[in-house]
Design a protein around this ligand. Structure first.
Ligand code: SF4
Length: 317
């Protein structure tokens, strides 16, 4: 018998949050005005080659005042759904890249708002110094917290091509530091990076599957206007994954993830006016429906094909 979470063959964030909070929970994407060491010249000026001008925060509110920005996005959501609880998602740029007092002020200004039940912080593994980790640990005692790490791939060659700016051992260390403090970790991976084949992408998923962390976000590589990736595309060095290939990759990934790992995302999102390709990715519901259909067809579900890889899992506490 297939294992089912609600109406899915995988443990989606939606399902997980509803079980945990007994209510609909919305994520409010925020741009807290941080920068990124990979963009401000500390590591590089170019940033990751796929990163958009808004630091991967294309769906955040516009107001510079963080609390106002929160309400701006919340109001938009309330047009569709009248009530619920909220997780403040510090999404744009690197959300632990500032003096710890600044971070404290920003995080707490949002935490005190009504119906905010948690906070999600997206960052780079090389931006988690001890004082930041201690602040995160403190916040973790007060509310529901998870930290998102942009890994994208475990392939060091690809990491160089995309100008990620840190090595795999930095990710491993960051995961262990967060785990030591009982903080939940969600890892981002991207399918369709330059030069990667199916085996590379599945290897990355297998690695994440063995971290014994709480979540994963799977993105499709989007080519967006204004990114450095456009040069690669114009030189013919970037091939888009097809709809079919992507669904195949995602369903095979779901199969090998442990069943308690929460799947935060199975598609990417990018604003229509910025997207150059693949254009099929705009049909998000078609992608998700096809994933459901294909899981049934292959008769697989999350965890069915999971097997611990001791070489990988011994790297993590
Ligand atoms: S780490 Fe994030 S914000 Fe910084 S360049 Fe890469 S994708 Fe953009």
């Amino acid at each position: 018998m297939a294992k089912i979470w609600g109406d899915k063959r995988y443990n989606s964030l939606n399902y997980y949050l509803r079980q945990k909070f007994k209510d609909k929970v919305f994520k409010i994407s925020l741009d807290a005005g941080f920068s990124c060491p990979n963009r401000d010249g500390t590591l590089s000026r170019g940033g990751c080659i796929f990163c958009s001008e808004r630091g991967s925060g294309d769906f955040t509110g516009k107001s510079r005042n963080l609390v106002k920005q929160f309400y701006e996005v919340k109001e938009m959501m309330n047009k569709k759904w009248k009530s619920g609880k909220y997780i403040a998602y510090f999404q744009a740029y690197t959300n632990t890249y500032a003096p710890v007092d600044v971070l404290r002020e920003k995080y707490y200004s949002i935490l005190s708002l009504e119906d905010v039940v948690g906070i999600a912080i997206a960052t780079r593994p090389d931006c988690l110094q001890d004082d930041v980790l201690n602040l995160l640990s403190e916040i973790n005692q007060k509310t529901y917290l998870w930290v998102e790490l942009g890994l994208q791939t475990i392939n060091e060659k690809t990491a160089e091509v995309i100008n990620r700016g840190y090595g795999l051992e930095t990710y491993i260390k960051a995961v262990n530091e967060l785990k030591k403090r009982g903080i939940e970790v969600v890892t981002h991976v991207i399918f369709g990076l330059i030069g990667e084949n199916k085996k590379d992408m599945i290897n990355t998923v297998e690695f994440v599957a063995n971290t014994k962390t709480q979540g994963i976000k799977i993105h499709l590589l989007h080519l967006m206007k204004g990114t450095r990736l456009v040069d690669y595309y114009n030189r013919g060095e970037l091939r888009f994954l097809s709809f079919d290939e992507y669904v195949d990759l995602v369903t095979d990934s779901i199969n090998i993830l442990p069943e308690d790992m929460v799947i935060h995302r199975l598609t990417g999102d990018s604003p229509r006016e910025l997207l150059i390709g693949p254009m099929w990715s705009l049909k998000k519901w078609e992608v998700l429906n096809e994933i459901d259909r294909r899981l049934k067809e292959k008769d697989i579900w999350q965890g069915k094909g999971y097997a611990e890889n001791y070489e990988i899992s011994k790297l993590f506490i």
